[in-house]
Design a protein around this ligand. Structure first.
Ligand code: ATP
Ligand code: MG
Length: 147
């Protein structure tokens, strides 16, 4: 296993739910993922289109961009052992209506589109997605706690 970094997005359906942002971030930390960078932002149409450019030929692309720009998102860089898969395991399957209780998409999402969260799916995509939202100087390595 290797220490990896991944990009996480808490989507507008979840940021709109009282208490959900904190609970989702707590689940990441409880699973051993460290938050190296984080911001709560409103995506522009251009930024959302660019992020999901890989899906631009899919029938749901327009709706997806509309959804992702419908409210604030919380983007973060997470680091840990096997972080990409570990994070996606916490999220659960893409479709929230099929995601089991106890997964983030099962507990906070609604359906295949409104699924509460995004997680990078491979080291190459994680690298591209992290640099899409953060400059290198905004990503701070963990520091030992002061005693
Ligand atoms: P993500 O990339 O957001 O982590 P994923 O990798 O599980 O999710 P993708 O196939 O990459 O799923 O789809 C990207 C996003 O597009 C999904 O998270 C969901 O919000 C939306 N989406 C996927 N399939 C559909 C669909 N059939 N109808 C509507 N929206 C969809
Ligand atoms: Mg994906």
């Amino acid at each position: 296993m290797a220490v990896e970094r991944t990009l996480s997005i808490i989507k507008p359906d979840a940021t709109a739910k009282p208490g959900a942002t904190g609970e989702i971030l707590a689940r990441f930390e409880q699973a051993g993922l460290k938050i190296l960078a984080m911001k709560r932002i409103q995506l522009s149409e251009t930024l959302a289109q660019g992020f999901y450019a890989v899906h631009k030929e899919r029938p749901f692309y327009g709706e997806l961009v509309k959804f992702m720009t419908s409210g604030p998102v919380v983007v973060s860089v997470l680091e840990g052992e096997n972080a990409i898969l570990a994070h996606r395991d916490l999220l659960g399957p893409t479709n929230s209506s099929e995601a089991p209780a106890g997964t983030i998409r099962g507990d906070f999402g609604t359906d295949i589109e409104r699924n509460a969260t995004h997680g990078s799916d491979a080291p190459e995509t994680a690298k591209v997605e992290i640099s899409y939202f953060f400059n290198a100087s905004e990503i701070l390595a963990p520091v030992e706690a002061l005693t």
